[in-house]
Design a protein around this ligand. Structure first.
Ligand SMILES: C[S@@+](CC[C@H](N)C(=O)[O-])C[C@H]1O[C@@H](n2cnc3c(N)ncnc32)[C@H](O)[C@@H]1O
Length: 203
């Protein structure tokens, strides 16, 4: 799907992903913080209408949230009304395959971005270079195995990553976690795939 397709989807179905962040992204960020990651600067790549970026900002992160759908970014800006929080979000229209941050960050979160597999590997590789030493990269998406075993998500196998593609994407980083993640989805179970990696600390 290109940006125009996503724009049409957001217009037809606002709030498609709900307002709460994915539980697995919350638990991975929280465990990274528990393990010593200081709250700082973050990127939410392919942020959609912003549920993860808003959650991060509510926890004090300064977030740059990027999506190539202008409609998604517009909807995200409209939903960004929490004045009491300590963090903030800079909403940006940009293509994940070409966009780059101006400065290195402490955290990159990518939730349910699905690209042709070689592009996905390249985006993960690029995202790894955006991290400060000790910074964390977390990707969660629908797994290749979700086709046939799971429910929902894209039905095109050419955009569904497996463990191998995610491993190639984080080559050079310290892998914290790389695994399938079974997620209750109504009466069914969705099969997600997760990689959580960290930029090596300077020695
Ligand atoms: C399934 S939605 C997930 C949105 C959000 N990450 C979440 O979990 O709520 C996938 C998002 O990826 C975005 N996307 C797809 N390809 C992209 C690209 N090449 N660059 C930037 N965003 C892209 C779409 O516009 C859409 O908002």
């Amino acid at each position: 799907m290109d940006a125009a397709d996503w724009n049409a989807r957001y217009l037809a179905q606002p709030d498609a992903w709900g307002t709460t962040p994915a539980a697995r992204i919350v638990s991975e960020v929280t465990s990274a913080e528990d393990a010593g990651l200081s709250v700082g600067t973050a990127i939410d790549l392919a942020c959609g209408d912003g549920r993860h970026a808003r959650w991060l900002a509510a926890h004090g992160w300064q977030v740059e949230a990027v999506d190539f759908s202008e409609v998604a970014i517009e909807q995200a800006r409209d939903k960004d009304t929490d004045e009491g929080r300590s963090g903030s979000v800079n909403w940006v229209v940009g293509d994940a395959t070409t966009w780059e941050p101006a400065e290195k960050v402490d955290l990159v979160v990518i939730g349910f971005l699905h690209l042709e597999l070689e592009s996905m590997v390249a985006v993960l590789r690029a995202a790894g270079t955006w991290l400060r030493p000790g910074g964390h990269l977390i990707y969660l998406g629908h797994a290749a195995e979700n086709l046939g075993r799971g429910v929902g998500g894209p039905q095109d196998p050419t955009v569904l990553p497996g463990i191998t593609e995610l491993a190639r994407g984080v080559a050079g980083l310290e892998v914290v976690s790389l695994r399938h993640d079974l997620r209750p989805a109504g009466k069914a179970t969705a099969v997600d795939v997760l990689v959580h990696a960290r930029s090596w600390l300077d020695r």
